[in-house]
Ligand binder design. Sequence first.
Ligand code: TYD
Ligand code: MG
Length: 462
Amino acid sequence: MARRTLTFVCQNCGAAHNRWQGKCEGCGEWNMLSEEGDTAEARGPGRKPGKGRIFALEPLTGETQDAPRLASGIAELDRVTGGGFVRGSVLLLGGDPGIGKSTLLIQATAALARTGHRAVYISGEEAVAQVRLRAERLGLAKAAVELASETSVEDIIATLSQGAVPRLIVIDSIQTMWTETVESAPGTVTQVRGAAQALIRFAKRSGAAVILVGHVTKDGQIAGPRVVEHMVDAVLSFEGEGSHQFRILRAVKNRFGPTDEIGVFEMTGAGLREVSNPSELFLSERDLGQPGTAVFAGIEGTRPLLVEIQALVAPSTLGTPRRSVVGWDSSRLSMVLAVLEAHCGVKLGAHDVYLNVAGGLRINEPAADLAAAAALVSSLANAPLPADAVYFGEVSLSGAIRPVAQQAARLKEAAKLGFASAVAPEAAKADAPSGIRLTEIGSLAGLVADIAARGKRLKSVS
Ligand code: TYD
Ligand code: MG
């Protein structure tokens, strides 16, 4: 008889250890190892070692009978997936509990069902009545979505293998699913992985597009869907802040499309509303004429996006002044601060610095350097920046301002939204549309001098 082997699997990262220990060697987390039995899925069902089935190898060029993509009808979602759901693909939608994953997906299944495709929504968390109630609230009760409240992967696959292949299957959430092929308790990493594997196999075999919902908990109590990330074709993350109505859908990984596009939604009383012009949304609550705010002309994927960057620089009472940043990279902030000190004579060593990107957005572009620097200097000098100006440009370690990609698109968006001037890297003039007054900046020191002069001028007027 084969000996049953025990492994200790980290519930955070899925690393397996052959003895218990306090700290996981894979991810460094403490108290995350839990005992799990030897799994059949690791060996493959009913396979003896050394015996394999012979399969045919296919050429790269082949016939695909049906359109491989299916647009969901929700433009912001399709933008992120790269044009719709791919047949036979599996997508993981991650996000904090309560962010709106179930709402987005019931809207997507309903939109698809309306166009005559078979769409199935399986909830492992809510009863059918609850899902119905939500659909009613969203005005989707008439859509021909097929619903079930189930958690057994084998039952789900058996049911869905009957009749026409569904075009879209939503599994909400992967943490609630369990498969008989794995002995561990539901919710453990091994179960999550086993259930995901079975559903992925089903998707590939049947050609249905499957969306797995995964909750991300900060304390790591539930087995994180991280272990599933490398198994699926695309990982989307649904982000937002509780205090804001905006929700941002972002592709973290996408085998069939871009990963730099974002989809913007607004959570309303009647579900998620698409926001096709996000700049208006992110600028709508702007504090005009306050020191410490600058409008950044950014690009997310292929779409220009104007956002407000806010800074507060205040004398510190702490031995080590505070550096706090929300929505931007903190090492990028340190770099801009260092360049301001080294090349522009701006002394910030005794000041607390806070930087915030308005609206709960996260910016990854280096092009935001100039806007962040402008906001910082504006706050320090107590000099408001012109309310009709946008800023963009990358700051190099020497203090020079470097040109960035897609300058024309940034300037066009600014002109469209009524901005009259732009502070940009040199050589941006060729890209400027009429109606935008361009101030070309060669170095960060030039920007600091401009803002400082503005501060003095404003003081002498008042
Ligand atoms: P939900 O989709 O259940 O989140 P998740 O599946 O990610 O856990 O959304 C829950 C939140 O959304 C809840 O706090 C209420 C809010 N909400 C609205 O504001 N409007 C709506 O129309 C719906 C359905 C939910
Ligand atoms: Mg939910």
